[in-house]
Write a protein that binds this ligand. Sequence first.
Ligand SMILES: Cc1cc2nc3c(=O)[nH]c(=O)nc-3n(C[C@H](O)[C@H](O)[C@H](O)COP(=O)(O)O)c2cc1C
Length: 281
Amino acid sequence: MTLVLATVTLAAVSCGPRQDVSKEEAQKEETPKMLVVFYSQTSNTKQVADVMATQLGADLAEIVPVETYDGDFYATIERGKKELDEKAYPEIQTLAFDVANYDVIFLGYPIWFGTYAPPVFTFLNQVDLGGKKVVPFCTFGSGGLESSLKDLAAAEPEAEILPGYGVRAARLEAMPKEVDRFLKAGGFIEGEYTKLEAFPEQHPVTEEEAAIFDAAVGDYPMMHAQAKSVASRVIPEGTEYLFTAVDLPREDGPDMPPAGEMQVYVSVIGEEAPVFTKVIR
Ligand SMILES: Cc1cc2nc3c(=O)[nH]c(=O)nc-3n(C[C@H](O)[C@H](O)[C@H](O)COP(=O)(O)O)c2cc1C
């Protein structure tokens, strides 16, 4: 009897702490390790990466080309185009953190020629993100994240590529709030957020809606388009429109055929002028 009691007491004593340790371990296993990796030439993407890493409490690593782009826009265009066309991607410095040690990689980049900038090709050629979750994010002039996703999926076929976040360089002031909502919606951080309803079906644009479209894209030199149809939805700050538009032939340029149909997202916040948030061709 004494022996049985002693055994039970011993078991109870030794079980207590062991249970705590395994609980801790289980919790550790449940909390995925997150790394924010980014390339940024003119610091727009860096701003997004900084906000993400701070919000997530994640490690942050910058992709730095050995030979940096010199900052002159046209020289960068020329060099970047050549590197992409020839698949001659630039050498990059060793990253501050080893991606192998992380479960979720937030990968940030500027959109160059409809895809991620060449240093990100180099990075993806050097690492294996197979089995990891990858959350892409980007900044762009007009284009959006979508055009880069095909290259990303091809570069990392064994990775699970999750929905990403993109923001126009001209709208960076709206980014911290959007990132907060994006991270909450993805379940990466806790907190309340407003779920966005889906867009209803499109209808032909009214005069008023056509005026909203024109006001949003009017002074953007790369866009010369006419809205055909639209759908709108309520967003926390105002109204978001999804226009289907077509390129108009350019009056001032060479006789280029219209590039076809595009989807243009436009936000109207309070009394502010309409702004387009991305264009998907
Ligand atoms: C070489 C080059 C090519 C670019 N190509 C595109 C493009 O195809 N589509 C687009 O929307 N923006 C394009 N941009 C604009 C950049 O994506 C935008 O300025 C971005 O915010 C820059 O980010 P960063 O400051 O992190 O370098 C291009 C910029 C450069 C320098």
